[in-house]
Design a protein around this ligand. Structure first.
Ligand code: KIV
Length: 303
């Protein structure tokens, strides 16, 4: 007798190779909570926190790099509004629009088979009006097939978080340095060094957890505070410049690969120096064309 498949259908890439919610092995039975074949869900991340397994997260903004990131087994791919800096050359993330984010998310979504796909809600699409926030989040889910959205802020935006959640859209929070508020902060320096701001951050983290967020990014805060937050809430905390005692780490892909060489914060570890490699390759190409070495006979068609 055939068993009935009760898993919800896949919404990733429209393929049936395995639903986004498909759990073929009960959690805890495999060697790792995030065995490579399984698609990552918000529940996977929560199980990883419980199991003490670190979560990996990276940004991506285009198909080709997103494919490599997904194939490398990164758990969460964030279509970050850092696309504003990295892809568009803007000084801040403020100019990013919902249409821009949807375009990047569509490109990335086509590449993703395994990772959880989180899409940043850009500045001006969720603050101050929860109905507007819900409409924006729905556009991201319908037009770009995102799996979840990320919003910056705490108590100020909790109403929007709750409203988005009523539609069944998972929400990731983002506290600490929130780059969309750069004109309020004035600098990109470390946040919450003072007690008052640190206490508010802990309260905000608890508020976001109570509202139903599935995880929170903690950006550029003292490691001791990040550890305290990670221990105070049961949902995963993903750090960027928040030290090692959180549940996972996120970096901007182009920083990790050494493409954006003019950005060197203390927290950044570069795994490649791609800017130099690319420069060398491009200079070789120009030299080969100019000298007549490229293309050679083997690189040419004959009649
Ligand atoms: O936009 C982004 O890339 C982000 C990460 C830095 C967390 O929000």
């Amino acid at each position: 007798m055939n068993s009935t498949n009760t898993s919800p259908p896949s919404f990733v890439n429209g393929n049936n190779a395995g639903g986004a919610f498909e759990n073929t092995a009960p959690l805890g039975m495999s060697m790792s909570v995030h065995g490579n074949a399984r698609k990552v869900t918000t529940h996977t991340l929560q199980e990883m926190k419980r199991a003490g397994e670190k979560i990996t997260m990276l940004t991506a903004y285009d198909y080709s790099l997103a494919r490599l990131v997904d194939q490398a087994g990164v758990d969460v791919i964030l279509v970050g509004d850092s696309a504003s800096n990295v892809m568009a050359g803007q000084a801040t993330t403020v100019p990013m629009t919902l249409d821009h984010m949807i375009y990047h998310a569509q490109c990335v979504e086509r590449a993703v088979d395994r990772a959880l796909l989180v899409v940043d809600m850009p500045f001006g699409t969720y603050q101050g009006n929860s109905r507007h926030a819900l409409d924006s989040a729905i556009r991201i889910m319908k037009e770009a097939s995102g799996h979840a959205v990320k919003l910056e802020g705490g108590s100020e935006i909790v109403e929007s978080v709750e409203r988005i959640l009523t539609a069944g859209i998972p929400v990731m929070g983002h506290l600490g340095l929130t780059p969309q508020s750069i004109y309020k902060f004035g600098t990109y320096s470390v946040r919450a060094k003072e007690d008052t701001e640190a206490e508010k951050l802990i309260e905000d983290a608890k508020l976001l957890e109570a509202a139903g967020c599935f995880a929170i990014v903690l950006e550029k805060i003292p490691r001791e505070l990040a550890k305290k937050v990670a221990q105070s809430i049961s949902i995963p905390t993903i750090g960027i410049g928040a030290g090692p005692d959180v549940d996972g780490q996120v970096l901007v892909l182009h920083d990790l690969l050494g493409i954006t060489m003019d950005f060197s914060p203390r927290f950044l570890r570069r795994y490649l120096n791609l800017a130099e490699e690319i420069d060398g390759a491009l200079k070789s190409y120009c030299g080969d064309v100019r000298s007549g070495d490229f293309p050679n006979d083997e690189e040419s068609y004959t009649s």
